[in-house]
Design a binder for this molecule. Structure first.
Ligand code: SAM
Length: 224
């Protein structure tokens, strides 16, 4: 690790960084290949902690960002949803080794969001680097109880995507409550906060792949 970098506040965060690097050497877990790069993901993940409440769900956790750092920092109970089996197995190993109060759900958010034990059960939902904002809204909002908050990390947000997200929120029974621009070392990053105000219609989320391919209210904003 970089000698100039202060140690992370919790030894488990340091251990988590080591586990990500170790696994990344044999499996494509994340594009972050150096301790500094993984540390940046941890720092970015921790930026959402003030907005997250228990229980939370993290959609498309990948190597565990932001769900694992949130659980280490808060001890909140949560569920990590990840569709790639190998990544989900890694998450299970981390959860076990660090004794975190997390459950890993292997599968698509479109399916998990329809499961009675997960639908409308969470106070907060996170999703980092998963898809366009309207698509992410469709993948997260169904998990929230009415009154719950989606805490969504974004980079740059173009006006067209923002407008689509506003409209998609209404369709899903939610409303954009705030858009927090981060400063300092996270300059250029933002956290979009979306409050669920009514139950989500039963037709959402649409079937697997559709939210990203044809994002709600976002013509031409799909993945293909
Ligand atoms: N959130 C992590 C991060 O910030 O490093 C991972 C980001 S990675 C670019 C996106 C992850 O979301 C991948 O691991 C992918 O398998 C997962 N993913 C994408 N769509 C998904 C879906 N519909 N349901 C569950 N997981 C999904």
């Amino acid at each position: 690790m970089n000698a100039e970098r202060p140690a992370l506040a919790d030894a488990r965060l340091e251990r988590y960084v080591a586990l990500v690097l170790e696994r990344n050497a044999v499996q494509n877990l994340t594009a972050a290949r150096t301790p500094d790069a993984v540390f940046e993901h941890v720092r970015d993940s921790l930026s959402v902690v003030p907005y997250v409440r228990e229980p939370f769900v993290d959609i498309g956790s990948g190597g565990g960002f932001p769900g694992i750092p949130i659980a280490i920092a808060t001890s909140y109970r949560g569920v990590l949803v990840e569709s790639v089996v190998k990544k989900a197995r890694f998450l299970e190993e981390v959860v076990r080794e660090l004794a975190l109060p997390l459950e890993v759900r292997v599968g698509r958010a479109e399916d998990a969001g329809r499961a009675p034990e997960l639908r409308e059960r969470f106070a907060s939902a996170t999703a980092r680097a998963v898809s366009s904002l309207p698509a992410v809204l469709e993948l997260t909002i169904p998990f929230l109880s009415v009154g719950g908050l989606a805490v969504l990390q974004r980079g740059r947000l173009e006006a067209r995507e923002r407008t689509a997200a506003h409209d998609a929120s209404i369709v899903l029974g939610a409303t954009i409550e705030d858009d927090v621009a981060l400063g300092g070392e996270l300059d250029g990053r933002r956290i979009v906060l979306v409050r669920k105000v009514a139950p989500t219609g039963q037709r959402f989320p649409r079937r697997a792949g559709i939210p990203a391919k044809r994002p709600l209210c976002f013509e031409g904003g799909g993945d293909d």
